[in-house]
Design a protein around this ligand. Structure first.
Ligand code: MN
Length: 301
């Protein structure tokens, strides 16, 4: 499995591919003609298209010795550290999550959404694997987690038919849609509760689209080792193809766009009794075939 990363060390920020045995291939150093001009950042690599991705896979399969680093000496950044546009999000996209949310409002007979419920998070909410999440405890009393499959767009398109939607996906990653529940409700529009600083952990890497059937894989979230969410992406109400189709109607999706596709049941605010994230809590979001995204909540200083 190819795991594409953006990383930083004393020499600065670069692109890489994780290798077995705690090693990291420095794609900027490995370079070569096939990658020329495509290793400035993840967006440049994505825009290089299939031939560049094929060259990366070939390098990862047969890494040049001079370009292999100890992964422990590098710090992972989010695979796309600062998306060019807002992170696109879908709310209420797993039936059991719709039901648990409705239960907190006394609704016992939940209605299926007829269309995806889109909202966004600002680009600068994105943080990396192992970065800290601020508790924002002066602003929200109900900080919560949401593990989500992230689709990274590879090819520009508008009015994308459902049966061509996956052709526009470059790869898959993991997102955590950290939410201030009280703010989400207070302001009507979800943006305020969904776009707190550092509220979008993303990573640890991108797995190329052709290496994972992300529409049929396990998705989980753990808080301090306790399993809170445990579902399957096949349970989405609107699958990734439908999301891309609907989002792209009259709206151009661009390379490097990030779409997080909704969270399954098991969020803290719907637990009995309700649970909120506190300073010191370790949140791990896991998707089979991608990996695990880990972040710790910190009291904001
Ligand atoms: Mn969400």
């Amino acid at each position: 499995m190819t795991r594409l990363v953006t990383f930083a060390d004393a020499k600065g920020q670069r692109l890489g591919a994780m290798l077995e045995g705690g090693r990291l291939l420095d794609l900027t150093a490995a370079g070569g003609a096939a990658l020329a001009g495509r290793t400035a950042d993840m967006l440049a690599l994505i825009e290089g298209g299939p031939s560049v991705l094929a060259a990366v896979k070939a390098l990862a399969a047969n890494p040049p010795a001079g370009a292999v680093l100890d992964a422990g000496a590098a710090r992972l950044l989010a695979p796309i550290p600062r998306p060019r546009r807002n992170v696109f999000c879908v709310g209420r996209n797993y039936m059991d999550h719709v039901a648990e949310g409705d239960r907190t409002r006394g609704i016992t007979n939940p209605e299926l959404p007829k269309f995806p419920q889109f909202f966004t998070k600002a680009p600068d909410t994105v943080i990396a694997h192992e970065d800290w999440i601020p508790a924002h405890d002066g602003v929200t009393k109900w900080l919560d987690y949401e593990v989500e499959l992230a689709a990274i767009i590879g090819r520009e398109g508008r009015d994308i038919p459902k049966d061509q939607a996956l052709d526009h996906v470059f790869g898959w990653s993991i997102g955590n849609d950290v939410t201030g529940r009280d703010l989400q409700r207070r302001y009507g529009q979800w943006f305020k509760g969904k776009s707190l600083d550092r509220s979008c952990p993303l990573g640890p890497w991108i797995v190329p689209a052709d290496e994972l059937d992300a529409l049929n894989t396990g998705i989980r979230c753990f808080v301090n080792g306790e399993k809170r969410q445990d579902s399957h992406t096949s349970k989405m109400i609107f699958d990734v193809k439908e999301i891309i189709h609907q989002l792209s109607l009259g709206f151009t999706l661009k390379p490097g766009d990030v779409i997080i596709t909704g969270t399954p049941e098991g969020v803290g605010y719907a637990m009995q009794p309700p649970q909120t994230l506190k300073p010191g809590d370790v949140v791990e979001c896991e998707i089979d075939g991608i990996g695990r995204l880990r972040n710790t909540v910190r009291a904001e200083g």
